[in-house]
Design a protein around this ligand. Structure first.
Ligand code: KG4
Ligand code: ZN
Length: 330
């Protein structure tokens, strides 16, 4: 069974092909729009939609070509329908429905965050229950995953997402967009001491990142170097998330952890997670680098898992796109 996964939720046009029998991603094509948004220092929804519209059929064809399949070989179309930028989501969703309708094949709407949660298990098999930490540009949350579609939210950010904080801090320091990879690079080359930033306050496993921005603004005014501020910010933000994850492990006693989303590419986060594996005797599952940021592979994979669980029943073509929606049960 060949599954095509499409994601146009934000600023990446992404299409992948997944072979369910072989449990293998045959192709994973992502076209980034960084250039189109760079001058604005953030993603502009209408520009994102226009870029998706320009690229979607090119990326779709390229994904099929690399997978060495034709349109007639597709058995399921999986598309992100929520959450994301509405005009951007609509491009991928409408395109996916069009392919499914024209080829008489089932179609499945996929929740983008659920797809991130399962991205460490692509080409493997998830083992339940596990804890999931999603750290992306739009979300920061820790949940208990009992099975596909059965989740308990343990904590989330009460203000900015962690990736958003990276992007905003980079903008304040004049480092460009997207900020995460730039700050991470500075951190990796940084050899001096760290500044102490106030730890954000949020109860339990909940998190908060907006206070770090204010702290960074003060440090900029204080005349510290960009490198010192960027590296100190990364250290504080990541140490903070690790502390929350440790709390969730101790509260639930669950020792399998999936960590996903754009920020899961962060080198210091990955180092701290390795340490956590030893200190808390847990097993951490991370996505391959190509599956950390938005991609079609995770959409195809979760689309397939849900399709299988629904015994081969797809979604109706009336399924709409939504800027934000909770994950539905199965
Ligand atoms: O998951 P993602 O691609 O998109 C959303 O669904 O939001 O995450 C994008 C976020 C951006 O904020 C970007 O700055 C951040 O991931 N990011 C990183 C790194 N690579 C990407 N943040 C920290 N360190 C990185 N190495
Ligand atoms: Zn994402």
């Amino acid at each position: 069974m060949k599954v095509v996964g499409i994601d146009t939720s934000c600023d990446d046009t992404a299409v992948a092909v997944y072979d369910a029998e072989e449990n293998r991603i045959l192709s994973n094509v992502v076209s980034s729009q960084y250039e189109a948004h760079r001058v604005y220092g953030g993603v502009v929804p209408e520009i994102a939609a226009r870029e998706h519209l320009k690229n979607i059929d090119i990326i779709f064809n390229e994904a099929l070509e690399r997978a060495e399949i034709g349109v007639a070989d597709i058995d399921l179309v999986a598309v992100t329908y929520t959450p994301g930028l509405l005009p951007a989501l609509l491009v991928g969703l409408t395109f996916g429905k069009g392919v499914a309708f024209a080829e008489y094949i089932p179609f499945k709407g996929v929740h983008h965050i659920e797809a991130h949660m399962f991205s460490p298990f692509i080409e493997k098999e998830p083992e339940f229950p596990f804890l999931s930490l999603v750290v992306s540009g739009g979300h920061t949350m820790i949940s208990l995953v009992r099975s596909l579609g059965n989740y308990k939210l343990l904590g989330k950010t009460l203000d900015d997402a962690i990736g958003e904080a990276f992007d905003k801090v980079a903008k304040m320091l004049g480092l460009g967009y997207p900020g995460g990879p730039v700050i991470d690079k500075i951190f990796q080359n940084y050899r001096e001491s760290y500044l102490v930033l106030p730890r954000p306050q949020a109860r339990g496993v909940n998190m908060s990142f907006s206070g770090l921005k204010t702290a960074v603004r003060r440090l900029i005014e204080g005349g510290y170097s960009k490198e010192m501020i960027a590296a100190s910010f990364q250290k504080t933000a990541i140490d903070y998330v690790i502390g929350k994850l440790r709390k969730a492990v101790r509260e639930t006693g669950i020792r399998r952890i999936s960590v996903s989303g754009g920020v899961s590419a962060n080198s210091y986060l990955r180092k701290r997670l390795k340490e956590l594996e030893y200190s808390e005797r847990v097993k951490v599952f991370l996505p391959e680098m190509q599956f950390t940021s938005d991609n079609g592979a995770m959409i195809a994979y979760v689309g397939y898992l849900r399709f299988r669980k629904a015994e081969g029943i797809g979604d109706p073509f009336t399924l709409n796109a939504y800027p934000s929606l909770p994950i539905t049960g199965v």
